[in-house]
Ligand binder design. Sequence first.
Ligand code: ZN
Length: 242
Amino acid sequence: MKLPCYLVRDLLPLYKDEVCEPETAADVREHLEGCTDCRTLWEALQTAAPLEEAVDHAKAQEQAAALRRVKHTQQKKRVLIVLAAVLATLCAVYLGLRLVHDYANKTYLDYDADDILKVEYEEHQEEGGNPLKGDGLYITLNPAQYNTLLSTTFLDTEEGEILVFTLGNSLWNEWMNTQWYGLEEGELFKDGICTVGNAGRSTVEELVAAYYLPYSKFVDWESRWARSVPEDAILVWQRDDQ
Ligand SMILES: [Zn+2]
């Protein structure tokens, strides 16, 4: 053997990294073939390498996992922010629509007097009970024009009792194009205004006239506690003997 054991052991790291001179490498190889002790050390050195690599690999994996966790957390945050933004937008849209709906629902449009087709006093005594079927004043309206009987006021005059009423359709119904329900094709809408026993009134017999006043004027007139028929009220019914 050309090389002594102690020298070979010193040289093994260099031999492993393949940085020895070719001649030195050849001598080391020759020594390893002939010396069991040095060969055992050499084999141990060789298995040590993958171990280091394994440690490095494990570290790299751990780092990658940590990076993934950070990314995952960021992604979750981003999703939460987007969700919060969507929720806030939906709330804003809902509140906006509510405001528009509430406004439109409380805003009444004047009902065209031409759509009041008929106002008649009818005797339905035999039908009793239901105030809408008893004796009283009945208005027949254009079924294509949805409206609500908004308000009635009775004036006590020397001639007798005079009814002033108003109709109106809310802006919301107008937008929604609401129609009367339950009407057959061509059927007219009829509603009772003043009937015996309706709202505790029993003076229908004394009723001498009924006037229609558009809503916008009615509100103003009523707020001033007017006690006489307003000038622009439209006479829609009068007792025959008047
Ligand atoms: Zn040796």
